[in-house]
Design a protein around this ligand. Structure first.
Ligand SMILES: O=C(O)CCC(=O)N[C@@H](CCC(=O)O)C(=O)O
Ligand code: ZN
Length: 343
């Protein structure tokens, strides 16, 4: 693709951070490369396999490792080194926040899906972007029926994590958990799973709820600036994604459920006011556990205590906007056979 606008799609997107006029090119193997907007690129192979895959990264602009990983995959496809045999939608979520090296410009994009972008009076770029990303995912999945729908929304965490790679399994409303997806994640080194306790306004929940997609928020490590990520730490998931993209019949090896660490959300700590504070240090890592009765946080009259043995904290962030989740508390859980699907 030498001399094409697609030579560096991420750079093109970052220099047009909120909008880019659509255009289309084709690859020698007959695949159509369709740019739908800034950071949004759809690959339509001439003969697609039976999986429709959305790979999103940079929904938070400073979470650079997944952006670099997706860029490597895209460049390998465009240069002909990685054949793309599945319909594939790349989304680089928030190019403007990437340019500023920040999580969000005005509002957390990953709290604006499932229509949250239209609630209240606020209008800003991230709200417009969330609305458009919903439309693109809808267009992508609704283009055909019968394919397996997948969405991996790739992130990195603000704090270090005792279990470096983990995924959030969006609330399933009672539907069984997917064995093959757990196998995919586990063989990609993502061996810790958090079972969400209710609907959310995240991107992964949007795809799961509206399109029956196997969708996950996948945390791949700690936030680092562009150019400072060690690609070898992402080799396993990169290889799995390459297999998924290039081999229509590929399946991850089956796993023993005992290989996966499962947590369920037992408390959600919501910041109410600017008085909110945690009672543990900023250096506490994700998955650190506290004894029953520990005071975790307070906000004016409200206090949050540990209620269950060995409750562990994840995503503590006192800097979130009022009304937003400031932390999740987790309890160790088990996935029993009756909670899983047949495959
Ligand atoms: O490290 C942190 O505090 C946040 C990392 C991050 O962006 N996590 C996602 C999780 C989304 C989910 O719950 O599915 C987020 O907070 O948006
Ligand atoms: Zn994130």
């Amino acid at each position: 693709m030498n001399g094409s606008r697609l030579d560096d799609f991420l750079a093109l997107s970052r220099s047009n951070p909120w909008e880019l006029a659509p255009f289309q090119e084709s690859l020698p193997d007959g695949s159509q490369i369709q740019v739908w907007d800034t950071g949004v690129l759809c690959i339509e192979p001439a003969v697609p396999g039976n999986r429709d895959l959305v790979l999103s990264s940079g929904i938070h602009g400073n979470e650079t490792a997944p952006i670099e990983l997706c860029e490597r995959l895209l460049k390998a496809i465009l240069s002909g080194h990685l054949p793309c045999r599945q319909r594939l939608l790349f989304i680089f979520g928030n190019p403007a926040a990437m340019n500023l090296g920040v999580r969000e410009v005005e509002e957390n994009l990953n709290r604006l899906f499932s229509g949250a972008h239209a609630r209240g009076d606020k209008r800003n770029h991230e709200r417009e972007r969330a609305a458009r990303l919903e439309q693109y995912v809808t267009r992508f999945f609704q283009a055909r029926d019968g394919a397996e729908r997948l969405h991996y929304d790739l992130h990195t965490a603000i704090r270090p994590s005792a279990y470096e790679k983990f995924a959030i399994y969006p609330f399933t409303h009672g539907a069984p958990y997917s064995r093959s997806q757990l196998a995919f994640l586990c063989s990609a080194g993502v061996d810790t799973i958090l079972l969400a306790h209710g609907p959310t306004t995240t991107f992964s929940y949007f795809s799961a709820r509206n399109f029956g997609a196997h969708a996950f928020t996948v945390e791949l490590g700690k936030v680092m600036p562009f150019g400072q990520n060690d690609a070898s730490r992402f080799a396993a998931i990169e290889l799995n994604l390459e297999q998924l993209i290039s081999k229509p019949d590929w399946q991850p090896a089956a796993i023993d459920l005992g290989q996966i660490r499962i947590f369920r959300v037992c408390q959600e700590i919501i910041k109410q006011s600017e008085q909110f504070c945690f009672h543990f240090a900023d250096t506490v890592a994700n998955f650190s556990a506290f004894p029953v009765g520990t005071l975790l946080a307070e906000d004016g009259e409200q206090h949050w205590f540990v209620r269950e043995p060995e409750e562990a904290v994840v995503f503590p962030n006192a800097g979130v906007a009022r009304g937003q989740r400031a932390a999740l508390m987790l309890s160790a859980a088990e996935l029993t056979v009756d909670m899983l699907d047949g495959s």
